[in-house]
Design a protein around this ligand. Structure first.
Ligand code: MN
Length: 203
């Protein structure tokens, strides 16, 4: 879908007068490319992996989230490209809107292509095989994203830790470190912050 207007799907799915999510523009990082993993308490709790490529955040929904254990390979389902500004987004998407529910930044940082700086992540993703080195506050080390099923509407990928000195066999990082890497807040706290104050006691 390279020829389509960037972020078209993202914008079509959302009403920016109703959602606090950024409308966003195409924009590249000045230095190293960035990644973010958001924890999203929508109809089903999941994690959204986003990697900068070509001025947008390429995105996958990862139902069970990342793991630092190389034996644990997690299903990752591609979703629409998101604007770069989305990397900072924490908040509550209102009921009745696309992706309704609370979002926190579970981890973020920069990454490099382990194949080398001359390789394009977009090309690697088109080929269905990318390996990246993440420098996050929780996730560090080499990770792989491998397309296992092309499927027209529902292609599937696997996202997993590669074996290196950062790998933690047997660990369960999403349970060990559940909160926002940005604010330390839990999903519940972010949800509570956004709820309008109950004024009924003052009436
Ligand atoms: Mn999501």
């Amino acid at each position: 879908m390279k020829d389509r207007e960037p972020l078209k799907d993202y914008k079509e799915k959302r009403d920016f007068s109703a959602t606090p999510e950024p409308s966003g523009e195409v924009k590249e990082s000045k230095d190293e490319p960035i990644f973010v993993i958001q924890k999203h308490d929508a109809s089903n709790l999941h994690y959204d992996l986003r990697l900068e490529a070509d001025g947008v955040l390429k995105s996958w929904a990862v139902p069970k989230g990342p793991s630092m254990d190389p034996k644990v390979k997690r299903l990752a389902v591609p979703t629409e490209d998101h604007p770069m500004a989305y990397a900072d987004f924490e908040g509550v998407i209102p009921e009745g809107h696309y992706g309704a529910g609370t979002v926190i930044v579970w981890d973020s940082g920069t990454f490099s292509n382990t194949k080398g700086d001359d390789f394009s992540l977009s090309d690697n993703l088109d080929e269905g095989h990318a390996t990246i080195h993440l420098n996050g506050s929780k996730l560090v080390g080499d990770f792989a994203l491998i397309r296992t099923k092309r499927g027209g509407k529902r292609p599937q990928w696997l996202f997993f830790k590669m074996k290196d000195d950062y790998a933690k066999p047997g660990s369960d990082i999403t349970s060990e470190l559940p909160n926002s890497s940005k604010t330390g807040h839990s999903l519940k706290e972010v949800e509570a912050e956004e709820e309008p104050a109950d004024l009924s006691d003052f009436e």
